[in-house]
Design a binder for this molecule. Sequence first.
Ligand code: ADP
Ligand code: MG
Length: 393
Amino acid sequence: MLSLKDIDCQGKRVFLRVDFNVPLDEEGSIRDDTRIKAALPTIKYLLEQKTKLIIVSHLGRPKGKYNPKLSLKPVAKRLSELISLQVTLAPDVFGDKVTKLKRELKEGQVLLLENVRFHSEETENDSCFAQHLAQDVDYYVNDAFGACHRAHASVVAITQYVKKSVAGFLVKKEVDYLSKAVFSPEKPYTAILGGAKVSDKIPVIENLLKKADSILIGGAMAYTFFKAQGYEVGNSLVEEDKIDLARIILNRVNEEKVNFYLPSDHIVAAKAEPEEESRTVDSFPLPLNLMGLDIGPETIEKYSKIISESKTIFWNGPMGVFEIDKFSNGTTKIAEAVAASEALSIIGGGDSVAAVYKAGVSEKISHISTGGGASLEFIANETLPGIEALTEE
Ligand code: ADP
Ligand code: MG
C-alpha cells in the first residue's frame, strides 16, 4: 500500500476521501468534530504541498437522495474554522457547476464536494459514477478509515480512474497498528471481546481463535455462549438463533491452542436501569427474572491478571452496560488494566472507545481506532476493500 509520502503531489489536483460522518444535533449543528480533526494532518500536509484539494465525504444515510438535513454545509464551516482557510462547498459531486469549480481550483485551495451518498451509485460502487468523481483528478488519497470496509465508488471504484491511489496519514496509522495485531503480534496476545451481540463479532472471533493466546469474553455475548453450554442464564440477553454457532465456536476452541474465558461471576439485576437493585452471582442457574449486566469482581481480577501479562491486546465491546454507572465497573476496571499494562493496546468499536474515554484512560492506550466496523473487519479479514484498492507500490 502506497501512502502520502510516497508520491509527489506538489501542485496536483488531489481527490481526498475523508470520513466527515459527524454526529449532528436537532438543529443540524455538529455535536462532535473528532472525525474532522482526525483528517487534519493529511489536509494540512496536502495544503502545504500546494495541491488543488478536492475533499469528499459521506454524512448519514441519505439513501441515494438529496436531503438538506444531511448537507455537508456545517462541515464546510467547521473545517474552514479549523484550517483558517476558505472552504467552498460544491452543490453536488459532479455536473457542470462542479466541473467548473474543480477546474478553477487554484493551488492551496479547498473544494468540499456535497454528500457523496446523495447518489445511490456511491454505495453500488458504480464505475461510471466513479469516473465522474475522478474527472480531472491526478491522485486519490484515502483518509476515511471508517469507510474502508465499504466497497463504495469513492472508496474502491474510483481508484481505477486515477494515476495513483494512496493512504492518508490516518489510514496509514490505523493499518500500521492493526497490522501489528494481525500479522506480528508480540506474544502473549490477548483479545477482549464484549458488547451486545455475538453475531456482530463471529468472523472476528474465528480469526482470533487462530491468532490470540487468550480470548476474554464479557458483555451480553457471554450469555449466548453459556446457553450453548446448557446453562440457564435467566433473563440475560441471548441471541437464540446464534446458539448453534456459539457451540461451533466452543468446539473450535478445543481444537485450537487458545485459552477461551467466560465470566465466572456476574452483576445481575431485573432490568438495565439505574434504580434497579443489583447483586453479584457466581453460579448457574441465574434467577429467571434477572439478567447479567456486568462482569463480577472475580472475573475482573482474573481478566486483569491475564491482561497484565500480555504483550499485545485487542479490545472490542464493553464488559457490561457501561452507560449505567451501576453496571460500568467491569468495563472501567478492564480499561484500567489495559491502560496499566505495557502491552501494545488497540481498541476499536464506537461504544468501547466511548467507555475508554469515560474511564479516563485514553492517553495510556497505544491506539484508539477511529473506525469501529472497519477495525473489526480488518481483524477478521486481515485487509479491507478500501485498502486493497490502493496502489500497491
Ligand atoms: P462496540 O460499539 O464497542 O463495538 P457493541 O456495540 O458491540 O460495542 O456493544 C455495546 C453495547 O453492549 C452497549 O450498549 C452495552 O450497554 C451493551 N452491553 C454490554 N453488556 C451487556 C449486557 N450484559 N446486557 C445487555 N447489554 C450489554
Ligand atoms: Mg456499538
